[in-house]
Write a protein that binds this ligand. Structure first.
Ligand code: ZN
Ligand code: ZN
Length: 190
């Protein structure tokens, strides 16, 4: 499985390094590369009224990119802008489930955003967790009821901080099955 990491707009290189390092440990059989070209945030994704970007529109652009880059199985986009979908105030990320495109936003992951003290380590850890979570969705996983599992739904940053960056044993079994190349047909659980 080949997975590309796509910068959407400018992204802190420390984030790329940490996310990459972490993903390589979690998804041992996958090959990760940071795509050399940065993709601008699609202009039509901006919602004037909400002053946020529509994550579904950005996700569509990522999907188009995967369809072009035939050598890649999946792309995870990283954006440093506030993203949302019409039904929610904000989202930390979004992904096709199952599918080939995932997206995370760094915007709300900095402790300063929640009036906490700046903490680079915490910020990088949060970004890593969200990256694993969205890739988990692309492999067909839904949300997990275990609050310590990386697939737990983050309603707020506190959920993100509580959960670990790892799959619980139940989700791990599903990830193992989904990562096996011969198993092409993925069934969303539940
Ligand atoms: Zn999710
Ligand atoms: Zn789980």
């Amino acid at each position: 499985m080949k997975i590309g990491i796509l910068k959407i707009g400018q992204i802190d290189s420390r984030v790329l390094d940490r996310v990459l390092e972490n993903l390589r440990t979690i998804f041992e059989d996958a090959e990760f590369t940071v795509l050399p070209d940065e993709m601008p945030i699609p202009k039509d994704a901006y919602d004037e009224e909400r002053k946020q970007y529509r994550s579904d529109i950005i996700l569509k652009s990522i999907r188009e990119q995967v369809d072009k880059e035939k050598s890649l199985d999946r792309i995870l986009g990283i954006v440093d802008a506030d993203i949302s979908i019409p039904q929610m105030n904000f989202v930390f990320g979004q992904a096709e489930r199952p599918g080939k495109a995932g997206l995370i936003s760094l915007y709300r992951l900095r402790p300063e955003f929640s009036r906490q003290k700046a903490n680079t380590e915490l910020f990088l850890e949060r970004a890593s967790k969200e990256a694993v979570h969205e890739l988990g969705h692309t492999l067909g996983l839904g949300h997990c009821s275990n609050p310590f599992c990386v697939m737990y739904f983050s309603n707020s940053i506190f959920d993100t901080d509580r959960k670990q960056g790892l799959f619980c044993s139940k989700c791990y079994v599903k990830i193992e099955a989904a990562s096996r190349p011969e198993k092409e047909e993925l069934q969303p659980d539940e």
